[in-house]
Design a binder for this molecule. Structure first.
Ligand code: SIN
Length: 190
């Protein structure tokens, strides 16, 4: 099932077209930054871990056969590394469309690589959203990703692009890397 969060997000934090705000990216927003930004900085947020537990009915799958993309799960004591972008309210609007399938904007504290901090937004898809798929054995998640396909392309491309971008940034992510290894492994078999 899907939930279109566009309107909800615009009611959550109002950002004027010319105002700027930090946005923390941890998934496709790391490797597909095809939007204008004023500044981009490595950053992390505390208490969250990346997981391929969110369904994608509109990008990497279809309503009948959703793909799997990342969301964050609460994980006290850990940090999630990613990329922060300072963007205008004008840029946030198309991103609300891109992230409309269950992601709600949350306000969080970003820590940059020099240790400085600022408030920013993050798109979070919680287990309450109808597109949430949740946990499954890694082999099952990998097989699911390997077969899913949607209007934005193959689900495996999303996974491998994210794994590649994280490796390039020197970010260790055992969950993403284990899935990428399994999907690559299936390549060798097919
Ligand atoms: C993000 O990248 O921060 C949100 C999830 C996604 O678009 O993959």
């Amino acid at each position: 099932m899907q939930l279109d969060t566009r309107t909800l997000n615009q009611q959550r934090q109002r950002v004027g077209d010319d105002e700027s705000v930090w946005l923390f990216g941890y998934g496709s927003l790391i490797w597909k930054a095809d939007f204008p930004y004023l500044e981009r900085r490595r950053a992390f947020i505390r208490g969250w871990e990346r997981r391929f537990w969110q369904g994608s009915h509109d990008h990497r799958g279809t309503p009948e056969a959703p793909g799997r993309v990342v969301t964050l799960i609460a994980s006290p004591g850990t940090v999630c590394h990613g990329m922060a972008y300072r963007i205008t309210g004008e840029t946030l609007k198309p991103l609300d469309i891109r992230e409309k399938n269950g992601y709600l904007r949350e306000l969080t504290t970003l820590t940059f690589d020099d240790g400085s901090q600022d408030e920013g937004l993050v798109y979070l898809a919680t287990e309450e959203n109808p597109a949430y798929l949740g946990d499954a054995p890694l082999d099952a998640i990998a097989a699911h990703i390997d077969r899913a396909h949607g209007p934005s392309g193959a689900n495996r491309e999303y996974l491998l692009n994210l794994a590649g971008a994280l490796r390039k940034l020197g970010i260790d992510d055992p969950h993403t890397f284990a899935l990428a290894d399994r999907v690559k492994g299936q390549d060798a078999i097919n």
